[in-house]
Design a protein around this ligand. Structure first.
Ligand SMILES: Nc1nc2c([nH]c(=O)n2[C@H]2C[C@H](O)[C@@H](COP(=O)(O)OP(=O)(O)OP(=O)(O)O)O2)c(=O)[nH]1
Length: 146
């Protein structure tokens, strides 16, 4: 199978690039935390890695430390976020650039502070949790890692 498809390369400047930082939180049993996107949002119902948009004045690591506190009530540090891989995916109105970190160390108990449904999932069961198209290649890489 060939990857060569010139039409898959969009012209420069056609869409804004959105930087979103995401993290695979891995617990002592090797399970990964997924969060279900709530109704009314884009990609509603799909399962995603915790994270969010990186603000203009932030590093991706600082954005994740902030998002984990806001969304899940846990504290971690940039030194506990190991860069793992990234997604680069064209959505209709923007191009998503999403570094994915792995984190095994945090303080506090994970709680769904924004009303989101959470699931701790063994890597070999992640296929049961439909995810956004950008995440699909990341799941296969996580399975190999864990
Ligand atoms: N956090 C996260 N976002 C993902 C993943 N996969 C994926 O395509 N995305 C997309 C969905 C959103 O378009 C964007 C994340 O931005 P966000 O979470 O800050 O924004 P949002 O759409 O929930 O809404 P808002 O904060 O603008 O209201 O990245 C993923 O695994 N984790």
């Amino acid at each position: 199978m060939s990857c060569f498809d010139p039409s898959s390369t969009p012209p420069a400047g056609s869409k804004p690039v959105l930087l979103v930082a995401a993290v695979a939180l891995v617990d002592a049993d090797g399970r990964v935390l997924l969060a279900q996107r709530p109704p009314g949002k884009a990609l509603a119902g799909l399962w995603e890695f915790p994270g969010g948009k990186v603000h203009a004045d932030e590093t991706p690591e600082a954005a994740l430390v902030r998002e984990l506190r806001e969304e899940l009530g846990i504290d971690t540090a940039a030194s506990c976020l190991a860069p793992f891989t990234f997604a680069s995916h064209g959505y209709e109105s923007f191009h998503l650039l999403m570094p994915l970190y792995v984190c095994r160390v945090w303080e506090g108990d994970v709680a769904p502070l924004e009303g989101q449904t959470l699931a701790w999932v063994y890597p070999n069961r992640m296929g049961d949790y439909p995810m956004p198209p950008a995440d699909v290649p990341l799941v296969a890489m996580l399975r190999d890692l864990l």
